[in-house]
Design a protein around this ligand. Structure first.
Ligand SMILES: Cc1cc2nc3c(=O)[nH]c(=O)nc-3n(C[C@H](O)[C@H](O)[C@H](O)COP(=O)(O)OP(=O)(O)OC[C@H]3O[C@@H](n4cnc5c(N)ncnc54)[C@H](O)[C@@H]3O)c2cc1C
Length: 300
């Protein structure tokens, strides 16, 4: 099916984009990679009267690594992030970028579009919540920096006003002795996961967990921070018993619904298994070991 008719606008600067969003009103939508918006328009689930294409605004695709931070322009593509040298400082970010759909989607889809879409199954929200992440938003009143925990309010809902856009995503590099992993279970590559888990740990010595963040994806209306599971690990020695207890606590935090990707019961089992595996990989990385974190696919 074709999308309903719309007008198309191509601003050359952020100021022009904001002015257009103000003039065109609530019926206008920004288009970035188009990987969520275009399918929805073709299914006529959304019918924007106008599209404001931000792809021709210079400087929005950059990936920078000032001291202690990674900074992504809103238009940094998943593939650019996957292939960025700078991202090796935070392996969980590479896991996330490399695991999104297939190469076509990764070549087009953007980090800013993904967070702005706030799809409950979107991978960036899950992975980046394990880190100190800020979303940089710009509107007629100027720029504001919003912590990611506050940026996504609900499924498909963010704090963005209709005339405001995301210009960048800033992530603090975790302290020495840290490691993370993002794992998902998928039916095939070009679909969203059935369940996913992101774990970021900071170790003291080889086995004591100083800090832990555990976030669950696709098992609730937004990514879920499993704080009880984090508390199970914090200050404890990482052992089979403590990791199992954390996985069980994480399962308790999940609120999955049955759908075409799996039953709620199945997702609960999956998410606990993914948390357990992600803790193992995160711990190995925190110790400085090399550990791969690939997604799991049905039948593989
Ligand atoms: C077949 C397929 C499989 C996919 N599988 C996965 C997957 O496994 N995991 C995953 O995470 N994602 C997946 N995606 C989604 C993909 O990651 C998209 O790139 C992402 O959701 C949206 O990014 P985009 O740049 O394409 O945004 P667009 O589609 O252009 O926009 C999405 C929404 O965000 C708004 N928006 C875009 N940019 C901005 C901005 N800078 N400021 C404010 N608002 C903005 C738009 O107005 C729109 O409402 C999949 C998509 C497809 C088509």
């Amino acid at each position: 099916m074709y999308a309903a008719p719309f007008s198309y606008h191509r601003p050359a600067s952020l100021q022009e984009a904001i002015k257009l969003l103000q003039e065109l009103g609530r019926e206008a939508r920004i288009i970035a990679g188009g990987q969520s918006l275009i399918p929805l328009m073709k299914m006529r689930m959304v019918r924007p009267a106008a599209l404001v294409d931000i792809n021709f605004i210079p400087g929005l695709s950059e990936i920078q690594s000032p001291k202690g931070e990674l900074r992504f322009g809103a238009l940094a593509r998943h593939a650019d992030i996957e292939n960025s040298e700078a991202v090796s400082a935070i392996p969980i970010i590479h896991d996330c970028a490399a695991g999104i759909a297939d190469v076509q989607v990764r070549n087009q889809g953007t980090i800013g579009g993904s967070l702005a879409e706030a799809d409950p199954s979107g991978d960036w929200g899950t992975a980046l919540l394990t880190l100190e992440t800020s979303v940089i938003c710009l509107g007629p009143q100027g720029q504001r920096t919003v912590p990611l925990e506050e940026f996504i309010k609900d499924a498909y809902t963010t704090v963005l006003a209709h005339d405001e856009l995301v210009t960048g995503v800033h992530v603090k590099v975790p302290p020495k002795g840290s490691g993370g992993a993002h794992l998902a279970f998928k039916r095939t590559a070009p679909v969203y996961p059935t369940a996913s888990a992101a774990v970021q740990l900071t170790l003291e010595g080889k086995d004591t967990c100083k800090e832990a963040r555990i976030v669950l994806g696709c098992v609730g209306l937004t990514a879920i921070r499993a704080k009880e599971a984090e508390a199970v690990l914090r200050g404890k020695t990482l052992s089979e018993k403590s990791i199992q207890a954390a996985a069980e606590a994480a399962r308790e935090a999940a609120e999955p619904q049955s759908d075409m990707r799996g039953s709620a019961e199945y997702k609960l089992l999956m998410v606990a298994t993914l948390v357990k595996r992600a803790i193992g990989i995160a711990a190995r990385r925190a110790r400085g070991e090399r550990a791969e974190a690939g997604h799991e696919y049905v039948g593989r």
